[in-house]
Structure formats: C-alpha cells, structure tokens
Design a protein around this ligand. Sequence first.
Ligand code: SAM
Length: 285
Amino acid sequence: MSDDYELMDSGDGKKYERFGNVSLVRPCSQAMWRPERPADWLRATAMFDREDGNRWHNRGALPKEWTIETSGIKFRLSGTDFGHLGIFPEQRSQWKWIRDTIAANGGSRNSVLNLFAYSGGSTMAAALGGAEACHLDASKGMVQWARDNAALNGLKNHPIRWITDDAHKFMERENRRGRRYDAVIFDPPTFGRGANGEMYKIERDLKKTISLVKGVLSDKPLFVLFSSHTPGLSCIVAANIMSQAFPDAKIETGEMLLEGRSFPCPSGIYCRVVFPRAVCYNSMP
Ligand SMILES: C[S@@+](CC[C@H](N)C(=O)[O-])C[C@H]1O[C@@H](n2cnc3c(N)ncnc32)[C@H](O)[C@@H]1O
C-alpha cells in the first residue's frame, strides 16, 4: 500500500513532514529534542510558523491543491491560512483500527456517527470498512472538503449523511428522534464554535458530550472512539473518564504519533471504548 505521508525529522519545536511531493516545516511544541538531520530541512517546499502571527514562507511554491494517499485513504490537501492542510496524519492508526474493526464486526450492518469530523478521515475509514456513516462538522467548508475526499475514494454513492451542525444540538435532536448508532467517533477541539456560533470548551463540555454520545448508542454498540489534541489531557485522564462512563467496556488508550524516518512525535491521545460484542481487533500502535 503506497503511503505518501512521512515524518522526515523533528526537533527544536518543529516538524519536517512529507506529504507526497510536498515537504513542509511546521510548529510542533512536543519536539523538544534536537533535529537529527537539520541540513535536509533546507529542502522543504515551504514553512509555516507562528512566531509573528500565522505566517507561511515560500507559500507560492505550494500547489493550490494536491492529493495524497495514506493508510489506504486519499485526501485532497491545501495549505490553509492557519497552517492546517486538511489532514491530521497522527490519526492513521485510528483510521486503520476503525476500518478493520468495522469490517470484522459485520461491516454494512453498522452505523457510525463521526462528530467534529473535519476533513473526514474517520468517516472514510468507517465507510471503507462497510459501515453507513453520518459525518458532522460545524463548518460548512469542512463538510464540503470531506465530501470531496469521499468522492476521491469512490464513496460518492456510499450511504453517508453529511451534516453541518453543532455536535451537541445534533445529538439532542437525534436522541429525540430515537436515532441510534453502533459506533461514535469524536475528536472535539480544545475550543471551537458550533454552526451558529455555539461555544465549545473541552474542559467545560466534555462530560456533556459523553453523556449525549451514550444517549445515541444502539442497544448492542461496537465502540466509542475519543481523541484529543488538548494539551494536558493525558491518555490516563481519558481512560478514567471513559471507564466511569462505560464501566462494562474494555478501554484501550495511548498517544497518537506522527511517524516516519525519525523519532515518533506525540500528537494527542486516543481512547477506544470497546463494547463486549466487538471482536477485538488488536492493532495497538
Ligand atoms: C480538531 S478538529 C478535528 C480533527 C479530525 N477529527 C481529524 O483528526 O482529522 C475539530 C473540528 O471540530 C469542528 N467543530 C468545532 N466546534 C464544533 C461544534 N461545536 N460542533 C461541531 N463541530 C465543531 C471544527 O470545525 C473542526 O473541523
């Protein structure tokens, strides 16, 4: 399987990554070590920093858009004003796990809700595993980006509902309608805004998110997958919260990593809540 993503090197608060033919240097607060191959970084296509506000260097050398394939999923990329490209490659192990777990547990018999879904990596992983999916993000532009990605992956006619809404409001409505899901995936921001400006603050709202997620789970759910990039939210914190919410489930937790040629670089945490009916697919990174 071709993989167009690689962490080339990291250090001194930065990461040097390759996305197909494009290589970029961007901030990475966890990279407190020394770069291994600093001379190579001079070959980067472009650089982004936040030293003086959000700023690209050599942005003109970036293609307006380009496509890569990683973890068996194609993504359209573009350099946004905030330094994001439309992919969080540290989610690659989760995408593989989502796809394999669904495929091993009845594929198309499952329905999956993906909240705070960004450019749709987890939605596509669920769909490629066979599931029906519901993709939700507060940003209309991101929902369109995810739809374009799904089309790139041959999923244009796959049963995926595309929703632009606030995650809490949507789950409250789904609950009233009695709509249920076999798996829920959520990657909430530290701070974000809903489709109508609703404020989301993880330290204030996570408990409510989890209780709403519980309310939309089917009678025999497969899994809940929580991930986060919030500084200070460790995987043990996540496991403690989830084991209180779901005492009968198996909890698997760890760090999400950017990986490639050099040291793995921690980029957030994941917490998988696996319910008793799931055939446990062991793909711990
Ligand atoms: C951290 S990103 C998710 C990254 C993505 N899951 C991934 O790893 O590829 C957070 C996303 O949440 C969305 N968002 C922020 N506040 C929201 C809210 N209240 N309801 C729904 N989506 C929200 C943002 O538009 C953004 O796309």
